[in-house]
Design a binder for this molecule. Sequence first.
Ligand code: SF4
Length: 778
Amino acid sequence: MSTITPKIEVETTPNLVAKVYEKLQHKISTFRKAMHRTLTICEKILIGHLDGSADFSSDDALVAGKTYVLLNPDRVALQDVTGQMTILQFMLAGLNRTAVPTTVHCDHLIQARIEGESDTKAAIYENNEVYQFLESASRKYGMGFWKPGAGIIHQVVLENYAFPGGLMIGTDSHTPNAGGLGMLAIGVGGLDAAEVMAGMSWELSYPKRIGVYLTGELNRWASPKDVILFVASKLTVSGGTNAIIEYFGPGAAAISCTGKATITNMGAEIGATCSVFPYDKRMEKYLRATGRRSIADLANKHVNLLTQDPQIEKEISENQKNSINYFDQLIEIDLSNLEPYIVGPHTPDLARPISKMGEDIKKNNYLDTISVALIGSCTNSSYEDMSRAADVAEQAREKGIKTKVPLQVTPGSEMIRATIERDGQIQLLKDIGANVLANACGPCIGQWSRPELKQGESNTIVTSYNRNFPGRNDGRRETMNFISSPELVIALALGGRLSFSPLADELTASDGTKFKLKPPKIAPEIPEKGFKDVTDIYVAPADDPVSVEVTINKDSDRLQKLEPFPKWDGTDFEKLPILAKVSGKCTTDHISPAGPWLKYRGHLDKISDNLLLGAVNAYRDGEVGSGKNTLNCKIESFPHIAREYKKRGLKWIIVGDNNYGEGSSREHAAMTPRYLGCAAVIARSFARIHETNLKKQGVLAFTFADPSDYSKMLEDDRISIIGLNNLKPRKSVNCILYHVDGREEEISLRHSYNESQLEWFRAGSALNILHSMEQTSL
Ligand code: SF4
């Protein structure tokens, strides 16, 4: 096994970046000649990455929400949980080597139990089979492999691979983190990634554009986190759906590169395709500090490709109404007046300034006592974040006090951890009682052992993470997660209660005197002594890939070789039962929960036993994870019923509510229903990635033409979806509901399939098409 420092592989990146800028230059000027339009930054990057078949001559070539475009991404990033299925799919397609630079990051499988080092060792032992699989597959197929403990995917990508003007896809919904370095970085399902790794173009519904015009400068307690929490409060969890959020204006340059990444990271919380900032001096500074001087030089030579046309900002600063020429929506934020925010519980758009938290606690009866405070994650563990958090810790240490509640720190990468250890921030945090966990996701993704918490016990946690839906952090739906900036989380940990506001409340020093915390000082985004070099965290692709064997044990309960899904048999779906009608929020984590199930992500049969375990049953007064088995009329778990139906060769459907499948890009949320026999999901509306994932796995994804028809779907109904032989883009589909009292109702369904997506359905899955193409080319 060859172990080298990451920088060796990264050396190849300047060539890639130079080629990308050449391509951008050529395509953008061709587009301008044809269309004579002023362009925003996200338009430039999208146009610059369009597939060669793109036709700029027609007016409807790039219409948001209508046109599907084919794009050629520059990079792919996989994490260790979603990466397993991606690589299995890549292998099933019969390919030899990735056509696009790809990396694998071991971050999601490390469970937080005691502290970083021992937890990482335990994870290496427990997940050995999976890590071996990922590492050997990486070496064989030409991917860079980042070992357990190296860091969280998005932080490692920001430190090593992201570059202004690039287009990247990643099998994780917070891939947009790289937008902080001017890259369009988009979370996708594993199959999308496998296709791009195989050299195919990637299809995207041409997104809308939401502009966020920033003026002023952050001050006092306000931080980049508050920018995105404020935007989330305005747009809500679905407000960014099918849109790219483009930040610009004089305020953008006042935010550090890593602060920008915090903002673009959490664009995922509002359903945005991705978010992006234009290239600026702060990005240049970060590139130079992370060993990428040549990329900074290249970017400086191509600033016009990496920033929006200056006319746009000029026109909008003169009159906001001019934004209509460039954006579907505009939000203006004066950073100088932005207050620190806190959001939650259970949804990131439930926001209020910290000064209003006390009122909200009383009004909603939230638990005021905090059980644990946590900072870090891929969202907020930059040098700047940790320095501001350490500043608050230092104030407390000077007064001789510690946090009133346990404080956990999850560094985003080994580079950050080693640097803040060297520079003293870790010691300051430890001095007030912090415990440092592994450089991994841990409590952000349900990988958190909390034996001290009784089953069913309600509790409040405060974090600087990004997601907070029920069950997200510790697998327990009773845990209420409130999200804020790292510095505010430290203040709350010192106060010990959610209602504590460092703006108004005092703490008691060890000598009994009262004092107020001061807002943290402006912190350096780059360490004075540079980032610490770290070694033994990366494995390069093998020089002799043929000699590398990738083994999957037949008896393994962690990994299972995939078999292709069967083709559509050409007949309509007749009289299918409804497995589940879900009510309210149903994220991919409700459809395919994480926590204890994470370890089965490479084993389709095993993980299918978690199907819809977090979904709320619309028929049964909020019952979660179970419903009526129409074969025996018993109430049973959804996966059990699905297996019973499958045994009898009976296909079934799911009825979804609004924004069905929001949240992470988890393709298992589409694969497990498909595996257990789901024919179609009919929802009031879909989250983009999940809808595409359903289509790719061969499950029909429909929306109600009239959303109120949702209420017509009754528990004992049988459902027919007819005319499938005539499925066409933009053509509605008929659905007949057979009620148990003998009534029949006909309703109309809509879909967003284009012609090639309909082929996925007919072939049984998109992968089946990929496989047959590979076979034909052999
Ligand atoms: S959001 Fe959480 S789980 Fe996802 S990559 Fe970041 S730290 Fe990991």
